[in-house]
Write a protein that binds this ligand. Sequence first.
Ligand SMILES: Nc1nc2c(c(=O)[nH]1)N[C@H]1C(S)=C(S)[C@@H](COP(=O)(O)O)O[C@H]1N2
Ligand SMILES: [Mo]
Length: 335
Amino acid sequence: MPSPFKPSVKLTDNDVTDERVYRSRRRILKQLGFVGAGALLASSTRAADWFWEDDEKKSAFQRQALTFDSPEKYQIDAEKTPYSKASTYNNFYEFGTDKSAPAERAQSLTVDPWTLKIDGMVKKPLTLDYDDLFKRFTLEERIYRLRCVEAWSMVLPWVGFELGKLINLAEPTGSARYVAFETLYDPDQMPGQNNRFMGGGIEYPYVEGLRLDEAMHPLTLMSVGLYGKTLPPQNGAPIRLTVPWKYGFKSIKSIVKITLTDKQPPTTWNRLAPDEYGFYANVNPNVDHPRWSQASERRITTGGLFARNRIETQLFNGYQEVAPMYKGMDLRRFY
Ligand SMILES: Nc1nc2c(c(=O)[nH]1)N[C@H]1C(S)=C(S)[C@@H](COP(=O)(O)O)O[C@H]1N2
Ligand SMILES: [Mo]
């Protein structure tokens, strides 16, 4: 692995508090005599870290530590979702519709080599290879809220670069108005792509889109890492979009193509159920999904997976700085 990677110092005891992992580790630690019956796991952090590293080695996929800046502005003060949950409770229908399916089926996804093409209405079409994803831009850690349209949410430390920087490098022409994204299409590796039942009946490849001004907004991130290391496949390795003020389905995973265009591109969930999922998909507590309320959300942090942790949903997921982009638009109509 080339220079951008360095040993991670990011894992703390917070990252290993998933109930199941906690219990099994505690039992092992106890057997080894590290803790007494009444002691907390937190009292033997080094042993916990050691077991955590061991868990990662057991999975076929090896994450690499990344080098990145940590701008103050994006270090928000909120309880983070532990890595153990963020990497086992996923939506990635290419691997199945159960939350646990991506973590189970995606481990052998080939992410290196990888090719990401930027084409369409640009003066300088680009092709990035795997190493480019980590080397072309200075990486930043940003802690973002992620709000799924299904009314659960997480707080995650992504590592990535602004999509705007990549788009500028390709030099959009004056007529470009939208940006279209496409996930890898490879049914041999992604079994849901040619199995209507496993793949949830959606048309593949998964596609998404943003208006050009949304794509250029400094909050819009191309993520290549999570919790200080490269992404695991289930979270969209090696590169995925992260748009924190929109419902999670806009944040398309494992991207192979980005195309600048003058027409609003088709988007996967809108194509499947246009009355339920719009092109904009801005988080909005005042516009309910036809089948459920969007007024509140279940925040997944520590504690049992079904711990009651309901909070009010914020307009634009709390990212008020994006509001000017939608000035004068009826957000009920453009949902
Ligand atoms: N290619 C692809 N991208 C996808 C999805 C998917 O099924 N396929 N699911 C979306 C949904 S609904 C959500 S909530 C987020 C979940 O990201 P996470 O698993 O990293 O939390 O990914 C989004 N990106
Ligand atoms: Mo979602």
